[in-house]
Write a protein that binds this ligand. Structure first.
Ligand SMILES: Cc1cc2nc3c(=O)[nH]c(=O)nc-3n(C[C@H](O)[C@H](O)[C@H](O)COP(=O)(O)OP(=O)(O)OC[C@H]3O[C@@H](n4cnc5c(N)ncnc54)[C@H](O)[C@@H]3O)c2cc1C
Length: 494
């Protein structure tokens, strides 16, 4: 009772306090400043940074394209803290952005400038394995490397992210593609339960039995319905695995792309869902990893389509390791300097001739832009076997509206230094996506690889968009996540 009275008194005094701080930080809008002050009272001053200039708070986003200074950074310690934060957001009708791992390079998705607040979920970072090892409860602020490391002693893994620093929250909500997605489906397909805070501050759960329409929508529907505060994920019985990693010189890339399509088509036999190929094509060479979800004595026959292509360098010879050891190798290979980054998505049917045509288009332009700006770019074909789509259906269905096809999801990573080169650096991937469209019969774009100017939800199909909008209206009556969320792949844009 006493605490409530004290809270009310503070609430009464707040406008005065906030006006004082407003003069200190004249660049912030008054509503954002009031919301930050309220959050300090509700969550404790230690959970709200109202002068977020420290590198650990503002610069956490992976890409410099997202480095902006919000009115404050709110760092909830609990689901209840998230609920209190969203109530404050609604009360002041203030703009906000939500950040889990901060690995989206799209400006404004998990970043916001001084007219809004950043809700940083990094302190929601629990990892708890169930007593029978079949599920793991993970906070959205965790990174996949930590999750896979924590699971390693239990002899299981999860469908998560391939690069260890990528965050849990954004990846699962956009789908979540992993080495073993061809065998087990996407990360979203392997969620047992989402704990979520809705726009009005209500804490609820979504699973196959409770709020099943919301459960479906959260499987690929992105940041449209609330803030997910816990993911209960099914583990997969994959621990000991096979891998080898080789480099091919640039002159072998056309043959490599043909072999990739041939492997995707099962090379005349049946496609083996236990095997996957991770191929990153650059301007000077291609890096290719052959991965199989159980130990082997040599490279499995599933990859025979690649056998005749001369290898330039063997980086990792045929080896048996674990999901965690592979994750560590990827982490060491992909650690990059702080830079400006972008990615972009395209998709197509399996077609070696198309892969080569688009590669030739990309190569010429990427080389030209590299000469002008020093921007590095990659050309990445991610295999999406039919079984990936079927796993999603078998596990209850998701919102992605995937065609029942064997396909590929193309992506690219673009890294550069100077803001003045933003448009030039991004121009290659944008033009390349148009080139894919000319030959592709797949209308789907994978959200987690989409650039700021793409609209992945539009490719989910008319029926799914209507269902997603109905779920949004039902669970977010005030449309907080459409009206007040700063930016993102939002239903308001479809
Ligand atoms: C180096 C690199 C490697 C990658 N590897 C993979 C991969 O192997 N597989 C794959 O599928 N993708 C991969 N991605 C893409 C990645 O999935 C997306 O960038 C994803 O958005 C990152 O999630 P995050 O939590 O780190 O991002 P954030 O930038 O924090 O969030 C991304 C979006 O999700 C929203 N969001 C985040 N958490 C929540 C939450 N709890 N509730 C509601 N909304 C939320 C944010 O508001 C934002 O709109 C990779 C990206 C990079 C840069």
């Amino acid at each position: 009772m006493l605490a409530m009275a004290a809270f009310a008194l503070l609430g009464f005094l707040l406008p005065t306090l906030s006006r004082a701080s407003l003069t200190d930080r004249s660049h912030t809008s008054s509503n954002a400043t009031l919301a930050c002050s309220d959050a300090q009272v509700a969550l404790g001053a230690g959970s709200v940074d109202t002068a977020p200039v420290s590198p650990t708070l503002v610069d956490l986003n992976w890409s410099e394209t997202c480095w902006t200074e919000p009115a404050c950074v709110i760092k909830p310690k609990s689901t209840k803290n998230v609920a209190a934060t969203l109530s404050i957001v609604s009360r002041y009708q203030v703009k906000f952005a939500v950040r889990s791992g901060g690995h989206s390079p799209n400006p404004g998705w998990s970043s916001i400038s001084s007219d809004g607040i950043l809700i940083d979920l990094s302190r929601l970072d629990q990892i708890t394995v169930s007593s029978d090892n079949t599920t793991v409860s993970v906070g959205p602020g965790q990174r996949w490397g930590n999750v896979l490391a924590a699971l390693d002693p239990y002899g299981v893994s999860v469908i998560g992210g391939r690069t260890p620093t990528v965050g849990v929250g954004g990846l699962v909500l956009g789908g979540g593609y992993f080495h073993f997605s061809g065998e087990h489906g996407l990360a979203a397909d392997n969620v047992k339960n989402f704990e979520i805070v809705l726009g009005n501050g209500t804490i609820t759960n979504a699973n196959a039995k409770a709020n099943s329409d919301l459960f479906w929508a959260l499987k690929g529907g992105g940041p449209n319905f609330g803030i997910v505060t816990r993911f209960n994920l099914y583990t997969i019985p994959v621990h000991d695995i096979y891998y080898d990693l080789v480099l091919y010189s640039a002159d072998q890339i056309p043959g490599l792309l043909d072999a990739f399509a041939s492997w995707q088509n099962g090379s005349g036999g049946v496609f083996d869902v236990k095997g996957t190929v991770a191929m990153i094509v650059g301007l000077e060479y291609a890096t290719v990893g052959f991965i199989y979800s159980s130990p082997q004595t040599k490279r499995p026959a599933a990859f025979d389509a690649f056998a005749g292509i001369p290898v330039m360098t063997v980086v990792i010879p045929p080896s048996n390791g674990t999901v965690w050891s592979l994750t560590q190798i990827i982490g060491a290979a992909t650690a990059s300097a702080v830079e400006r980054h972008d990615y972009l998505a395209a998709a197509s049917q399996v077609d070696g001739r198309l892969y080569n045509r688009v590669y030739n288009f990309w190569k010429e332009r990427a080389a030209d832009v590299y000469a002008k700006t020093g921007a590095n770019q990659t050309f990445v074909i991610q295999p999406v076997p039919l079984n990936l789509v079927q796993q999603g259906i078998a596990k209850g269905g998701n919102a992605l509206g995937l065609p029942l096809k064997n396909m590929q999801w193309w992506t690219t990573l673009v890294d550069w230094q100077n803001a003045a080169d933003d448009d030039t650096a991004r121009s290659v991937s944008i033009a390349t996506s148009e080139e894919w469209k000319k030959g592709s019969d797949i209308n789907f774009l994978y959200m987690n690889d989409c650039a700021r100017d793409q609209n992945p939800l539009a490719g989910y199909g008319r029926e799914n968009i209507a269902k997603l909008k109905a779920v949004s209206r039902k669970y977010d009556r005030g449309q907080v996540f459409q009206r007040l969320q700063n930016d993102g792949f939002l239903l308001r844009k479809v």
